[in-house]
Ligand binder design. Structure first.
Ligand code: AMP
Length: 292
């Protein structure tokens, strides 16, 4: 397996199946790589880049877990032919020295400024879900994924349903730019869970033992939503369950599974989505609901 760090290293992998990640890999990430490998006939490239532009200044960018050697071993076991581990400068090249003014901003600072005004699809700004709580997040996500697509020219890209609004945002980004990444298909993959139902996440390692138990409130709430007769009953049941587990709720809603807008047509697929906090740890999860 090749560990690539530059655009030139990636040239032989154009047409790949791409799996973007921020590292600290777990079985959820491995499942995306395995799905990409199962396509057959296309090289699989995983990427590991803790993207500074999708973190707000108050978030955990500096503390985000970095476990590169274990990640490389896991990616190889799951079937990656290459792992791209770029620097900030490779992802966000600063203007050439000739054009840069004296005292010019760093590559990181320039990229962050650019991310703030990056064009994003409607589903990144209208649902008032992650977009309401992390207003600069999807600008940074679209910026970094567009750059990864440009560098790897993939035919397939895999994202987890775990980050459901992100999956919808990136699917829309590709649909809204026909011809920019020719032939690219975006694949969503089901959430991989711990045996007790907690969605795997690189951030679960921040949970203290008692919080690890409380965190099960998310999956309990989502499963309860499945048994309720309509969206508002499902939302009330989710709020109740999350509060019973001592979780602070950012949102617990049932939405149209495609637009993530409130449900108006109950014959269309719906999704229950939760974001909730235990002290400083913010957890998200979601579940497809059978037609209510
Ligand atoms: P991250 O490294 O957290 O940015 O995640 C990289 C990719 O892995 C994203 O497409 C996530 O949605 C996906 N992912 C994260 N956790 C899981 C999980 N538990 N099951 C499936 N995919 C996941």
């Amino acid at each position: 397996m090749l560990v690539a760090t530059t655009a030139v290293d990636l040239a032989p992998f154009h047409g790949c199946a791409l799996v973007p990640t921020m590292g600290a890999l777990h079985d959820g990430h491995a499942s995306l790589i395995s799905r990409a490998a199962a396509l057959g006939g296309v090289p699989v490239v995983a990427t590991i880049f803790v993207n500074p532009t999708q973190f707000a200044p108050t978030e955990d960018f500096a503390a985000y877990p970095r476990t590169l050697s274990a990640d490389l071993a896991m990616a190889e076991r799951a079937g990656a032919q290459a792992v791209f581990v770029p620097s900030v400068e490779t992802m966000y090249p600063a203007p050439s020295a000739a054009n840069a003014a004296p005292g010019a901003l760093s590559a990181h600072a320039l990229a962050a400024r650019e991310a703030a005004s990056w064009p994003v699809p409607r589903v990144a700004i209208e649902p008032r879900l992650e977009d309401a709580f992390r207003p600069t997040h999807f600008g940074g996500v679209c910026q970094v994924v567009a750059r990864l697509f440009d560098l790897t020219q993939p035919l397939h890209a895999f994202f987890g349903e775990k980050d459901y609004q992100q999956l919808r945002v990136l699917t829309s980004m590709v649909e809204d730019a026909p011809g920019r990444w020719p032939g690219l298909a975006v694949h969503g993959a089901p959430t991989v869970r711990e045996p007790d139902g907690l969605a795997m996440s690189s951030r679960n390692r921040y949970l203290r033992p008692e919080q690890r138990v409380q965190a099960l409130g998310l999956i309990h709430a989502l499963r309860l939503a499945e048994s309720e007769p309509d969206p508002s009953a499902a939302e009330a049941a989710m709020h109740r369950t999350l509060h019973e587990h001592g979780l602070r709720v950012d949102y617990a809603v049932v939405r149209d599974a495609r637009t993530l807008e409130p449900v108006t047509d109950r014959s269309r697929p719906t999704r229950a989505l939760i974001a909730a906090r235990l002290d400083t740890v913010r957890l998200i999860d979601n579940l497809a609901l059978s037609v209510l």
